[in-house]
Design a protein around this ligand. Structure first.
Ligand SMILES: NC(=O)c1ccc[n+]([C@@H]2O[C@H](COP(=O)([O-])OP(=O)(O)OC[C@H]3O[C@@H](n4cnc5c(N)ncnc54)[C@H](O)[C@@H]3O)[C@@H](O)[C@H]2O)c1
Length: 251
């Protein structure tokens, strides 16, 4: 492995590490030498990954990303104990309503999806950037979605949150571009994870039909792209949304 792909000596926070893409990314980061901190709001999933990856109890932390104060507290805690945070991977997310027209969706339902998927990403980034500025190094990777690029029907809160994330990273990346910090997103198409357990068959069919490779992706395939974007090797790309969509994204 090239030195730039290695995470040896680096501290990496993975938010939404309990399942799916976050869990697969956590595994790959550990394999590549990172000292990881796994955060999630699902306590059972955290216990599972603690055992699976033999993590210390201090490396596994409960966090609800829709709680700004909780984000401040946990980032400060990790920084106080480690003295640095080299990379953040944020894979926490929820689908919210699917196969529902806009006018049938209540505002509390809409707002909840924005809070988890978009506000959480913003609050995490706000806490991490000053730390990374102090180090003159940092990598931030948010997991967006092809839905944010193309707009899937019937899931307007999700689409709005993921498109918001793409715009957010584009703007912030330019603010910190000369400070050793890159901030990118990854846009997966349908990936085989627990998240899709609640997605309606109609929505799933719609999404697979638009993937030129004609199949769903695997969490491990997305983890590879995330790990690149979170590594030193990703040294000349920022504000970009990487495609992991089996050819669906054409721009
Ligand atoms: N699976 C797909 O088809 C797909 C496609 C495109 C984008 N994505 C995005 O990828 C990311 C990961 O999705 P996944 O498929 O691995 O889903 P998943 O449900 O398997 O994993 C998501 C993780 O986020 C955690 N989480 C949810 N709400 C949280 C909160 N409020 N605070 C902290 N943690 C929270 C869950 O407990 C879970 O462990 C999400 O942002 C999702 O929108 C997934």
């Amino acid at each position: 492995m090239s030195q730039n792909s290695s995470f040896e000596g680096q501290v990496v926070m993975v938010v939404g590490a309990g399942n799916g893409i976050g869990r697969a990314t956590l595994g790959l980061l550990i394999e590549r030498g990172a000292r990881v901190f796994a955060l999630d709001n699902n306590q059972d999933a955290l216990s599972e990954i603690q055992t699976l990856f033999s993590l210390g109890s201090d490396q596994v932390k409960a966090l609800d990303v829709s709680d700004e104060e909780a984000i401040k507290k946990v980032v400060a805690e990790i920084f106080a104990s480690e003295g640095r945070i080299d990379a953040l991977v944020n894979s926490a997310g929820m689908t919210g309503p699917t196969n529902r027209r806009l006018n049938t969706i209540t505002w509390p339902e809409f707002e909840r999806v924005l809070q988890v998927n978009l506000f959480g990403a913003i609050w995490l980034t706000q806490q991490l950037i000053p730390i990374m500025q102090g180090q003159k190094y940092g990598r931030i990777v948010h997991v967006s979605s092809i839905a944010g690029k193309e707009g899937n029907p019937g899931m307007s809160p999700y689409v709005t949150s993921k498109a918001g994330m793409i715009g957010f990273i584009k703007g912030v990346a330019k603010e910190v571009a000369t400070e050793g910090i890159s901030i990118n997103a990854v846009a997966p198409a349908v990936i085989r994870t627990p998240m899709n357990a609640d997605t309606s068959d109609e929505t799933l069919k719609y999404m697979i039909a638009r993937i030129p490779m004609g199949r769903v992706g695997e969490a491990e395939e997305v983890a590879e792209t995330i790990c690149f974007a979170a590594s030193k090797a990703c040294s000349f790309t920022t504000g970009f949304t990487f495609d992991t969509s089996g050819g669906r994204a054409t721009y």
